[in-house]
Design a binder for this molecule. Sequence first.
Ligand SMILES: [Zn+2]
Length: 315
Amino acid sequence: MEIDCPYCNNEPSDSRDHIFPSFLGGSQTAQIGKKCNNKFGHFFEAKVFLNFIPFMIFLRIHRVPAPKYVIWKDAIIHDGKSYNIDSNLVATPYKPEVTKDFKGRIINTFGSRSFQKGIINFFKKNNVKYDVVDKSILNFKIPEFKFTFQLDRNIRMLCVKMCVGLLRYLAPDKELFSYKKIDDYEVLYDFRYHNEVEELKVPLSHLIVVESNKKKKSCYGIVQFYGILQFYIDLSDRYFGDDFCFIGSLDPLTLTEDFKNSENRFHISPANRIVHAPNHESFEHLLSQRMNIETKNRFGEDLIKSIELGFSDKV
Ligand SMILES: [Zn+2]
């Protein structure tokens, strides 16, 4: 049966979209419309990815690999100069340096991988003898990271997309309820610790739970990133079908994905709207606490003492 794209209801679902975004290491896909798929990639997914990079490097230092090569630009200051850090934990100058001899010929360079590549190509093309020194700071002191994590509408739309992706994947022939436009859903940051949900997954996993409640005519989702950031998504208040509970998880250490129709019922009540935008201090504290729980449960030891981050909640 051909069903329409769940976001616009105006095109066939003829395109495959990752359920867990590929920047988190996801590989399984679900059917949605091509136009929406292309639009979402530029519209918010790329922005969430950029926002996640400092967080990924931070986790990389604490043994959680980044699924693909990433560079955090302008991340640290060392001897008065600004450096990028990549997911191999190599620091290179934010602004590449070029040393020239007295005749003005370049004798060496010091910069990022892509900068070195560009210089070498230029030399080859122009038949210039070259000496490119790939000096990277390999053993930089792990700084007190400071970064801004944006809990904005981009990450909220991604949460909706992950829930809809899971529904489409596990119930491909069903319209479970009438979908809304992707930015019309209410998505709330959820600080609560749901014990039953935590038991579903390996610590530090990404998680999607979508459950319906026939009695309350509701359908909602819980989305977690690294088991640390958690969101509550109000998917429908006009649900009339049978009760179901779908679960999807992705382990960032092994990149194993698991999707299932579960017998469990969680009946989680909506997250509190009032704590929608907590103050920085309490948010940092809660985030550190969750990171410690997740890393302790996974590696058996406390790894993260504290995390210093700014956070913005721009709509
Ligand atoms: Zn569409």
